[in-house]
Structures are given as structure tokens and as C-alpha cells.
Design a protein around this ligand. Structure first.
Ligand SMILES: [Zn+2]
Length: 426
């Protein structure tokens, strides 16, 4: 079955300028062709084509959110305790994955969940058992005993290279796509600073060796110039948060090709935290880190480090009049990225980080038809990304406000979907 999207603009995700009059040909689950509507290479119309007039909307690749905890619960408990059973958590995580895609986030990278619930959700969606976004995931986050996230059931404590090796192998055995570690303290755990180093070099090296031997990447929750520099030197592939680091370290990240997921929402959206009852100690830490976080990420952007889009918050959480994923893309324009570069961070760059760039992340013939259409010109005014009118993954429509494209009504299931149901839905 072929659907031809016409009368639209197209931003392909590579950073290239928008095509002002584009056509996008979707055949079954794939993009059969896309480009300028008058391109001589455009395939001729066929009997049975469904032609959809998008009325000037801009088509982009589906967005990524590459730092997600679908079991997120705020305020964070100060000690480890889980009110949920593993089965309930799977359902909660699935529900939130579905909300994410309805809000335009077609790919997720999950970086710390208990009981391998992330892997269960990935499998159920990947096998076509249930509709949902593409997922790559880490299983548990690996931490030192008493380290960052010890108050969360999604973190697994280990000590010494052997124990970290074993913990990493356990995640791989369960089917993890990457390994997540917490090299330093952070904001969501009491009695630690975001720049405290909590893992030794030997422990980091052990995890990197195990992951790389299996062809997987290592993502490290890291704050502080010394720790970020150590992570890069030890072969970590991606820095998560990067709360503070200097220009020389930014240059080393760029040179090493280390990815950076800034999660600016964590330090820039304090109203969100207040609304969700976050304790004073956590608010104070986020506030204290905010300016330096922004400055550090600005240094990284200026040095050409590859930035990606991740939020820690649920992708569909309402933040500042939009949803978390889109708010984070907007925040990237505050650290020096152009709107086109911010869109590339949320699409092509994030796909590269996830290792799914051969099938998604840009609009190119042969890739999966993962796309959104928005009203306006987000490549010129990033806030136009808020106006999502169509969400498609692998050629299937998840949400439509476009004439001629029936809305499947997924957002009417269960509680009313208004771009996130975070606080109310347990
Ligand atoms: Zn996180």
C-alpha cells in the first residue's frame, strides 16, 4: 500500500535546509521516496495510491528521546523501596512508551529500569504484540554501592572490576542494547554532589571492555570536569548530563567522538519539579547546577561535540506549554544550536547514538517511515515543533489531526491523553 504525502515542506534530519515543496512516498513500512515534489526522479503516481494533502505542514523524522526512565516517579524516595510489582511496572512502562509516541517521540533509549521491564516492553513492541515506539535499552544502571541512584530500584550496586564485569554481563545476558553506569553523583540522590567521583578507573575500564567486546556502547551519568575527562579517556561512548566541564574537556570529547546527552530539562525546568513535589534538597541541587550546566553544554556545542536529545522526564510530560522531548529540543537552541541543528540532535544524531541510524533518524528512501508533521517552520522557529499534527512509525499512523488521515484513537484509551498523564497515573 502506498501513501503519498504532498503539499508539504520537508526537513530530512541530516541538518540540510528544508525542501519547501516536497513529496514523501510511504510504501508499507518504508519510505519509498522523498524529495522535491518536482524532482524528475519522483516515482510516477500509481492506481491505488492514497494521496494526502498536508496543506503546507513540515514533515520531519520522528523524534528521539535518548535518556528516559519510563518507571519515573517523583518525588524520588530517599531510600530504595518499590511500591510496584514487576508486572505492574511493565504495564506502567508500556503505557508511558505509548504516550511518548503519541506525543511525537518515535524512538526511545531507556537508561535504567528494574526487573528488565524495559527489555520486556521493547520485545513486546518489537515483535508487533503491541503498538509503540522503537526502544533501545540498558536494563539496570550500574552503580557503586551507595552511589548515584542507590535510592532507585532501577540501579544495581557493584564494587570492584570483577563485580562490575559480572553486572554488565548480566545486563547483556538479559538483552541490553547498551550499558549504563553512574560514574559520579547527581541531582536525584541525597547526600552526594553531582561532581563526586564514585567509580574507580578500573571499574569503568572493566565495564567498557565487556560492553565493547559485545559491540555495545557505554553511557555514563557524569558531572564534573575531572570525571567527564576520565570517562572520555577510559573509552565511555556517551556522557549523560555533563553538569559541568571546561573547554579543554569539551575539545577532548569532540576529538574522541564522544556523544553528549545534556538533559537540560533537569536543571532548567524547576517549575516542573516543584509541581511534582520534589524535595528542597533536590530542588536546591538542580538550581545550583543550572547556570554551569548551560555554560558547559554551550562549550561542548561550540567545540562541535555531538549533542543528542534526552530528558530524564517522561517524553510526554507537560513542560512549559509543550512536552518534555520537544522542550529539550528547544533548550538546545539556548546553547548555540540553530533550529536545524537542534532537530538533527533529536533525529539523525540520536539515531547514531542508538545504533539505529541504518533504519531510522532521517528521511531517506529505504529507511523506515518514522515521521512527524508539524504546523509551521520548526527549522526557522523551533517552537513550531510544538504543533504536531501527524505521527507515523513504520508507516503506521499513531496520531492524526490531518484531513484524509484517520486518527486511530489510541490517545482515547484509558485516561484522557493531554500530552502526558504523569502525576495522576500510577
Ligand atoms: Zn537518568
Amino acid at each position: 500500500m502506498r501513501t503519498v504525502l504532498v503539499n508539504c515542506r520537508m526537513v530530512d534530519g541530516t541538518g540540510a535546509a528544508a525542501i519547501s515543496d516536497a513529496a514523501v512516498v510511504v510504501e508499507d513500512d518504508r519510505l519509498a521516496w522523498c524529495g522535491p515534489a518536482r524532482d524528475p526522479g519522483r516515482p510516477p503516481a500509481q492506481a491505488g495510491d492514497t494521496v494526502v494533502d498536508l496543506g503546507g505542514l513540515t514533515v520531519l523524522p520522528g523524534l528521539f528521546n535518548v535518556h528516559v526512565h519510563l518507571g519515573l516517579r517523583l518525588p524520588f524516595p530517599e531510600r530504595r523501596a518499590d511500591p510496584f510489582t514487576p508486572g505492574y511496572r511493565v504495564m506502567l512502562n508500556y503505557r508511558r512508551a505509548l504516550e511518548a509516541i503519541l506525543a511525537g517521540t518515535t524512538s526511545l533509549r531507556i537508561v535504567g529500569e528494574p526487573y528488565f521491564t524495559d527489555i520486556d516492553v521493547r520485545e513486546a513492541i518489537g515483535r508487533g504484540l503491541l503498538p509503540g515506539p522503537r526502544i533501545t535499552c540498558a536494563g539496570h544502571a550500574l552503580i557503586a554501592t551507595g552511589g548515584h541512584g542507590h535510592n532507585s530500584v532501577g540501579c544495581l550496586e557493584a564494587d570492584g572490576p570483577d563485580a562490575f564485569r559480572r553486572a554488565a554481563r548480566e545486563q547483556l545476558r538479559a538483552g541490553a542494547d547498551l550499558i549504563k553506569i553512574c560514574l559520579t553523583g547527581g541531582i536525584g540522590t541525597p547526600r552526594e554532589s553531582a561532581t563526586d567521583k564514585q567509580m574507580t578507573d578500573d571499574e569503568v575500564r572493566a565495564v567498557v571492555e565487556v560492553a565493547h567486546s559485545a559491540g555495545k556502547r557505554v553511557a555514563s551519568h557524569t558531572g564534573g570536569d575531572r570525571a567527564v575527562g576520565d570517562a572520555v579517556r577510559l573509552g565511555v561512548d556517551c556522557i549523560e548530563h555533563g553538569y559541568s566541564f571546561g573547554d579543554a574537556t569539551a575539545a577532548r570529547m569532540a576529538e574522541a567522538g564522544t556523544f553528549l546527552v545534556p538533559t537540560l530539562c533537569v536543571t532548567q525546568e524547576l517549575d516542573y519539579m516543584r509541581r511534582h513535589g520534589v524535595q528542597e534538597w533536590m530542588l536546591g541541587k538542580a538550581k545550583a547546577a543550572a547556570a554551569e550546566h548551560l555554560a558547559s553544554i554551550t562549550r561542548a556545542a561550540a567545540r562541535g561535540v555531538t549533542l543528542c536529545v534526552g530528558t530524564d522526564l517522561l517524553p510526554s510530560d507537560p513542560v512549559d506549554g509543550t512536552v518534555a522531548t520537544i522542550r529539550e529540543v528547544e533548550l538546545l537552541t539556548r546553547v548555540g544550536l540553530s533550529p536545524l541543528e537542534a532537530i538533527r540532535a533529536a533525529t539523525a544524531s540520536s539515531a547514531r547514538l542508538c545504533g539505529t541510524d541504518r533504519i531510522t533518524g532521517t528521511l531517506e528512501a529505504g529507511k523506515q517511515a518514522d515521521l512527524i508533521a508539524v504546523a509551521g517552520r520548526p527549522d526557522e522557529r523551533i517552537a513550531d515543533l510544538r504543533e504536531v499534527r501527524l505521527v507515523m512509525k513504520a508507516g503506521a499512523v499513531y496520531r492524526s489531526r490531518v484531513d484524509g488521515v484517520p486518527d486511530p484513537g489510541l490517545d482515547r484509551l484509558g485516561a484522557a491523553m493531554a500530552g502526558g498523564t504523569f502525576a495522576r497515573l500510577w
